[in-house]
Design a protein around this ligand. Structure first.
Ligand code: GLN
Length: 495
């Protein structure tokens, strides 16, 4: 019999429903793994009592004959979602020890669907970063090579799922933070259409881009989670769409015969590493064998998405982060003179370097005299980037390309070079700016045996199609089920 951590969400849910295993037994197993694999830095908070209490409640719901889709399945949440039962830090010292009086909508919906929470996962501070190195708490390591970064900002989520410390996790994606770490850690992740999932209780970074999504091993598991996470939340998030929740798993098995896959020429330029390119090309050939056709398309403003994103996201961040002033919650400097001094010291102490950099950039591009030249201009180009996609979707059904230009880099390699980090976001930013759904699916291995993710981008509301396209690939490849060495390196405790 397979060890509990080898089972997918779908398998765990089925065995729990059939009462072959109990939620408490499963929770204990993953808590033990989280403990024995602490060196990977996936978790920021665990609380066995809280998790086991939730698991016992799930077992009671199962015993009472309830049929919620994720009943008893353990998950862990990126620490950007606020939770009542665990501290919520957003990876920042600013929120050290903060306890939210409420649960984020996404967290509440997953709990309603029966999920048990294993705790909170490491991330870049306020989700700003691509390597998890901006976490104010600890380093997260890639389970495929612990000397490398796991990606970010949902780095802890990717590590936890890849190393089998949780069957699935939540993540958030503003400019690639679900897709890029999923790609770097060899797992599957999907960012839905902007507005599908409520942002209520998601610590805000750039509100016009922030979106929640699931990270798991398979497309099927992502579909199960996403179905529970999405749906309107009109009273709490004014940008949540008035579109009813869907069963995103409904068309997983549809044939790909006749599917037109758009391949953007700008995603295959000089910046793309040859090892990544080889894995992407192989996946595209696999799709041809599955009956799809490849269509060359153009997304001519791909390169512009970097300056556009790095104007808009910091602009919104500078506004969103003004709430951390030491008054109502979060860190407050111990010693200060007047009120202005209190603000200054609090923010100087509480924020890390990258967050300060973004606040400064954002404040600058919004300032009088520069607003038109930077912020307004960026908004106009953002619109054009979105239009480019609509043009492209006239000749294709989904778009495919790399999620990132290289495999995961070494810890520290780009830590002192913010621009190098920004440039590596090139393939995920266009879809983010357009608000389109996107995912990363394991499609091979590159240099150093590191995973490569294929990015699939759909048109608005095309999540079910994306998951179908990903699922079909996973039926004919096994990249998503390979287990990284670090998943087993640490001693294992069976419940
Ligand atoms: N790497 C990008 C950034 O640093 C994206 C982060 C994200 O999607 N949260 O802003």
């Amino acid at each position: 019999m397979a060890a509990l951590h080898e089972l997918t969400v779908a398998e765990l849910a089925a065995q729990l429903r059939a009462r072959e295993i109990s939620a408490v037994e499963v929770a204990r197993h993953f808590l033990a793994r989280a403990k024995s694999h602490q060196s990977l830095g996936a978790y920021l908070a665990v609380d066995e009592e809280v998790t086991l209490a939730q698991a016992r409640a799930a077992d009671q719901r199962i015993a009472a004959g309830e049929a919620a889709p994720l009943l008893g399945v353990p998950l862990a949440h990126k620490d950007i979602f606020v939770t009542r039962d665990f501290p919520s830090t957003a990876g920042s010292k600013m929120l050290d020890g903060y306890r939210s009086p409420f649960d984020a909508t996404v967290v509440a919906r997953l709990a309603q669907a029966g999920a048990v929470s294993l705790g909170k996962l490491n991330c870049d501070e306020f989700a700003m970063g691509s390597s998890n190195e901006n976490s104010a708490y600890r380093m997260a390591r890639n389970p495929w090579d612990p000397q490398r970064i796991p990606g970010g900002s949902s780095g802890g989520s990717a590590v936890a799922v890849a190393a089998r410390l949780a069957p699935a996790a939540t993540g958030t994606d503003t400019g690639g933070s679900i897709r890029q770490p999923a790609s770097f850690c060899g797992i599957t992740g999907i960012k839905p259409t902007y507005g599908r999932a409520s942002r209520y209780g998601m610590v805000a970074f750039a509100s016009s881009l922030d979106q929640a999504g699931p990270m798991a091993r398979t497309a099927e598991d992502c579909a199960l989670l996403l179905s529970a996470m999405c749906g309107p939340d009109p009273d709490r998030d004014s940008t949540s769409l008035d579109v009813p929740a869907e069963d995103f798993a409904r068309s997983l098995n549809e044939s790909l015969e006749g599917l037109r896959i758009g391949v953007p020429r700008e995603f295959f330029g000089a910046g793309l590493a040859p090892d990544v390119r080889a894995a992407i090309d192989a996946a595209l050939q696999e799709y041809r064998r599955l009956g799809a056709s490849l269509v060359e398309i153009s997304l001519p403003r791909t390169e512009l998405s970097i300056p556009v994103y790095y104007i808009i996201a910091p602009a919104e961040a500078s506004s969103n982060l003004s709430r951390y002033d030491g008054v109502k919650f979060g860190h407050r400097a111990k010693q200060y003179g007047d009120l202005g001094d209190m603000y200054q010291k609090t923010r100087a102490e509480g924020f890390g370097d990258e967050v300060k950099r973004r606040i400064m950039v954002g404040t600058y591009v919004l300032s009088h005299g520069y607003y038109d030249a930077y912020y307004l201009q960026a908004q106009k180009i953002r619109r054009m980037i979105a239009d480019d996609f609509q043009q492209a979707f006239k000749s294709c059904d989904v778009i495919a390309g790399p999620a990132a230009p290289t495999v995961a880099w070494k810890l520290g390699e780009k830590a002192d070079d913010p621009v190098a980090n920004y440039l590596a976001d090139i393939y995920t930013l266009p879809g983010s700016l357009a608000g389109l759904p996107g995912m990363s699916v394991p499609c091979g291995f590159g240099d150093g045996g590191m995973p490569v993710g294929l990015q699939l981008i759909g048109n608005y509301f095309g999540e079910a199609k994306l998951l179908n396209v990903a699922h079909r690939l996973q039926q004919v490849t096994d990249f998503h089920s390979r287990i990284p060495v670090a998943a087993d390196a640490a001693p294992e405790v069976r419940s």
